[in-house]
Design a protein around this ligand. Structure first.
Ligand code: 1QQ
Length: 384
């Protein structure tokens, strides 16, 4: 009996489907080493460029180390670096490209919370994990179960900062200054206000400014007249540097400490404000002096490669790449976004340059903050 045209078509279709299926399997078969494509959305330009630069360096160092060790069977990381330009609109373009054109397995970034609160919704909807490395505003990980961060929030750091400052310096009344047009500066403002009230420290005045402002003399003159024991500032580093310099120029004495949030954790504050940055106090997720052997090696390797020591932002970026590597190994795949997300939730007590690292139930960072003070142009440990 001859085969009917219909039967023939059916058999051909089955053979074709099998062949395609096999090719599909083959193309997914482990190449040696396996490659993981990681997207980076970092602020290389714009208001947050000072952070983006060291973030990129920290990530690159980790990638170089991992790839050098990948050998035949390890995981090799293929980074795709993009500039989010410190702008939500550009962040959206970058996320769309990384998710739908580059097909990355995870996105590390974006630099600013202000961008993350927009971009992370795109990733959540597309089922692409995001690991924030410098987002400290409230609510970022609440966007959804694909959103993680290794940066401590303002709410996790600031109460400790205020407690230590009160204990060591006995401050009773402060002036509070904050940027009112940014997710991070607003979050820092809320955290400072709550911590100050909880510590029974009086807020004499609240003064605001916007991104791009250069002249803070009106606010600082008002503040000077009220004679606060300290000046508390929630600002990104550009505006923060201006405030610190001008506070001293306008005669707010060095005996009045200036206390900042995460935006102050960049050496560019010290570079921009010079001597005025001395005695600035800031809470951080990392300090260069940590004796953890992993950290000692990191500080040495980073300094050798880039010619200056790393900052907290470099450390968080470096740690993030190793956190992703740890999860990729357990995910059993280098291109399965869901498996990677699930594996990330199980990162527990991982030894990193930030110390022993875990994610909380809500995918925030679980590591220990440190209070720093600027001495001789360096962030040094202030106290616990
Ligand atoms: C945020 C921040 C900035 C200071 C980081 C770059 O903490 O936007 O959340």
């Amino acid at each position: 009996m001859g085969m009917s045209a219909g039967n023939y078509a059916k058999k051909t279709a089955i053979v074709l489907a099998l062949a395609l299926g096999l090719t599909g399997i083959c193309s997914r078969a482990p190449a040696a080493p396996k490659e993981a494509k990681i997207g980076f959305a970092l602020s290389m330009t714009g208001a947050a460029a000072a952070y983006g630069e060291t973030q990129k360096n920290g990530a690159q160092l980790a990638i170089d180390e991992i790839n050098a060790r990948a050998g035949k069977n390890g995981i090799k990381i293929v980074p795709v670096f993009e500039d989010d330009a410190s702008q939500p609109e550009q962040g959206v373009n970058v996320f769309n490209r990384l998710i739908f054109a580059d097909n990355v397995v995870i996105i590390i970034g974006p630099t600013l919370s202000n961008t993350a609160q927009v971009t992370d919704r795109i990733a959540q909807k597309a089922g692409v994990p995001v690991l924030g490395i410098s987002n400290t505003a409230k609510g970022i990980t609440d966007i959804g179960n694909y959103i993680f961060r290794d940066s401590l929030t303002e709410m996790q750091v600031i109460p400790d900062t205020i407690r230590v400052v009160k204990k060591k310096l006995g401050i009773k009344k402060v002036a509070l200054m904050y940027g009112n047009d940014d997710a991070f500066t607003m979050s820092g403002y809320n955290a400072f206000k709550k911590a100050l009230l909880d510590s029974h420290i009086k807020i004499l005045t609240e003064q605001t400014f916007s991104k791009g402002d250069r002249d803070f003399s009106a606010q600082l003159t008002e503040i000077r007249s009220l004679k606060p024991d300290a000046l508390v500032v929630s600002a990104l580093v550009e505006e923060g540097s201006g405030i610190v310099s001008q506070a001293r120029e306008l005669g707010i004495p060095v005996s009045v400490p200036i206390i900042g949030g995460n935006g102050f954790n960049s050496p560019s504050l010290i570079k921009n404000a010079g001597k005025a940055a001395e005695n600035v106090i800031v809470g951080a997720a990392w300090n260069e002096s940590s004796s953890n052997p992993l950290n000692r090696r990191f500080v040495r390797a980073y300094t050798a490669k880039f010619g200056s020591p790393p900052d907290q932002f470099a450390a968080q970026a470096y740690a993030a790449v190793y956190i992703v590597l740890d999860a990729l190994k357990r995910a059993g795949s280098t291109d399965n976004r869901k498996a990677l997300r699930d594996a990330l939730t199980h990162v527990k007590g991982l030894n990193t340059v930030l110390g022993k690292f875990s994610f909380t139930k809500n995918r925030d960072a679980d590591c220990t903050p440190v209070v720093e003070i600027v001495k001789n142009g360096r962030f040094t440990v202030f106290g616990k």
